[in-house]
Ligand binder design. Structure first.
Ligand SMILES: *Cc1c(COP(=O)(O)O)cnc(C)c1O
Length: 380
């Protein structure tokens, strides 16, 4: 074909497609898909073709949704632009104006904001209760209660919720359960297999695993995920193909990363526990046969200077997130719980000495040495 200059700038050959089968999934960095003729396009509406427009679906985002669904043991999943939008899509698949949600009082700050402010403006009411207190949960149930929302492992004190009991309580009252499984990942806990209806992930954390992508995933049964997917499409909470590709690349090493990170966390928790001058060590036990989680929190109490401790951590950086391949530390009092009122903070145990550590994949001796040195320097 002989095109003139302007036409040539856009209509050049697409080499790879349908000629080569690449080992790695190509990135479908496209906003839409093209069709040979009208009948070919009609095939999309007949359900014979999957892709029309990337906001509706895209092979890379589908890979991520299905990949996480498989690990969780759920039939279907949908990838979203962030953990927050996965929560929003899941919630809106279940509740609407006039409905009531019972949520854990000990949830991620962003989720608390979404529930307490945005959902309230939608006319959705939320009661925040302790997931430890089954009588309080039952007393909060109303005729319009549709959803019970909790995390599997809480942040930053790493309490493991009793999911089987929460789920059976909800089922008894015909209430849908939705679990944020970000901290545990299906490597440790599989809430869907325990009977939860919806499971969400901030794929920004362990699913992606390399601190280079913001993404979310929601998994569950066909009916609920189909509903949630409609929300994702209509609200525009879709994930971009490149971000989905990055998260899929991360997902492939989830098991090997988690295995090392969990072992490092156990080793560090054991080290902290052997140090009697640390006020408190928060690290759960008996979480799963694969270990007890990849984060450890400590309360330095009155025996250490917190500022000096953070300054002395050499190569371990202060980062207000978790789950990367590098070990990092964060200070909940001044980050995630900064705007939480003092009274609630102290009820939750968010003290001046509280430090949360997200373990990376380094050698445990090096990690322990770094913390040992910082503790020695910070000792009062
Ligand atoms: C980070 C996080 C979220 C929010 O995810 P984003 O990807 O930042 O939107 C939700 N829940 C938990 C437990 C988180 O750690």
């Amino acid at each position: 074909m002989t095109f003139k200059f302007n036409t040539k700038t856009v209509h050049f050959q697409k080499k790879a497609e349908e000629k080569n089968v690449s080992k790695s999934q190509p990135i479908y960095q496209t906003s839409a898909f093209s069709f040979k003729d009208l009948d070919d396009m009609e095939d999309f509406y007949r359900g014979n073709k999957e892709y029309l427009y990337t906001r509706f679906s895209n092979p890379n985002t589908d890979d991520l949704g299905q990949g996480v669904a498989q690990l969780e043991g759920a039939p279907k999943g949908v990838a979203t632009s962030s953990g927050m939008s996965a929560i929003l899509a899941g919630v809106l698949a279940v509740v609407s104006h006039g409905d009531h949600i019972i949520a854990s009082e000990d949830i991620y700050g962003g989720t608390y904001q979404l529930f307490a402010t945005e959902l309230k403006e939608f006319g959705i009411e939320v009661s925040f209760v302790s997931m430890n207190n089954f009588a309080e949960i039952e007393n909060s149930i109303k005729v319009n209660t549709k959803l019970l929302y909790s995390e599997s492992i809480t942040n930053p004190l790493l309490r493991v919720e009793d999911l089987p009991s929460l789920i059976s309580l909800a089922k008894k009252h015909n209430i849908i359960t939705m679990i944020d499984n970000t901290f545990a990942t299906p490597f440790l806990i599989k809430p869907y297999e325990l009977g939860a209806d919806l499971v969400i992930h901030s794929a920004t954390k362990y699913i992606g695993g390399h601190s280079d992508v913001t993404a979310g995933v929601l998994v569950g049964n066909e009916v609920l995920i189909t509903k949630a997917k409609t929300k994702v499409v209509n609200l525009g909470c879709n994930l971009s193909p490149f971000e989905a590709w990055l998260a899929c690349r991360g997902l492939k090493t989830l098991a090997v990363r988690m295995d090392r990170q969990v072992k490092n966390a156990q080793a560090l928790a054991d080290f902290f526990r052997s140090n009697l001058s640390i006020a408190k060590v928060y690290y759960p036990d008996s979480v799963s046969e694969n270990g007890n989680g990849a984060n450890v929190s400590i309360d330095l109490g009155e025996n250490y200077n917190v500022e000096t401790f953070f300054k002395s951590l050499q190569w371990i950086r202060i980062v207000p997130t978790l789950a990367g391949v590098e070990s990092t530390v964060t200070y909940p009092l001044r980050t995630s719980h900064r705007s939480v009122p003092d009274a609630i903070r102290s009820k939750l145990g968010i003290t001046k000495g509280l430090v949360r550590i997200s373990l990376g994949i380094e050698d445990d001796e090096d990690i322990i040495k770094a913390f040992e040195e910082a503790l020695n320097k910070a000792k009062l």
